[in-house]
Design a protein around this ligand. Sequence first.
Ligand SMILES: Nc1ncnc2c1ncn2[C@@H]1O[C@H](COP(=O)(O)OP(=O)(O)O)[C@@H](O)[C@H]1O
Ligand SMILES: [Mg+2]
Length: 250
Amino acid sequence: MSERRITFDGDAMLRLRGVHKTYGRGATAVPALRGVDLDVLAGELVILAGPSGCGKTTLIEIASGVLDADEGSVTVDGIDWRSLDRESKTKRRSELVGFVFQQFNLVPTLRADENVAVPLLIRGVTRRRSLGAAGEALGKVGLAARTTAAPAELSGGMQQRVAIARALVTRPRLLVCDEPTANLDGVSGRSVMELLRASTDGSVDGEQRCVIIVTHDSRIFEYADRIVRMEDGRLTGATAGLAHRHHEEG
Ligand SMILES: Nc1ncnc2c1ncn2[C@@H]1O[C@H](COP(=O)(O)OP(=O)(O)O)[C@@H](O)[C@H]1O
Ligand SMILES: [Mg+2]
């Protein structure tokens, strides 16, 4: 087992303790999380796997401060989401968390670099500087030659790379990815996973971060440090992925 997994309690980049979440109330209440504890370290890529409806999306939305837990605590880089008011939570989320989705969610009328620049423009960074940083981020994901392409001119795998560049352009500590390879063929899926893997350990932008990937796709399990299984609102076990062994043998 890798040395970076054996750390002191204080080192988790993401920590969930006793997290419960129920949608609705009374007769229509749907319990989605029933007591979740999870630590993820900087530099660690965790895959969260489990059947549809088991609570995976709910878990990462709570981890990233999009949804509030009913009970329990969630900290990212030592910051407890509960300690923040609405406005500072939005601001912190934009600093701490990057998001990657199954559908890429690019704005079709914007060029690749304009899409990547959006999080910076929202923060008030000038257009010139935002586009400069966006071009750099696109270079880091292997798309230096396509910065002015429209999303429709790019393959699915390339569009997901643009989305990853957009998620990384703010240098988040936590990257959450919901089924990032579900719309991709095997080859593009693997290349996206290699990029996500590299974004964990600092080889994309020099930053170590934690990456959580929700997936049904067992073909990508080999890219994980750890595969966490979920069932019916609870984590039911974890296994080590192959990623570390590859590094050690390589
Ligand atoms: N906004 C919502 N309102 C009511 N129920 C929801 C909502 N979102 C999710 N659920 C329910 O919560 C449970 C967990 O959903 P979800 O976190 O989306 O699971 P997964 O991502 O593993 O498919 C499911 O039973 C789902 O139907
Ligand atoms: Mg889901």
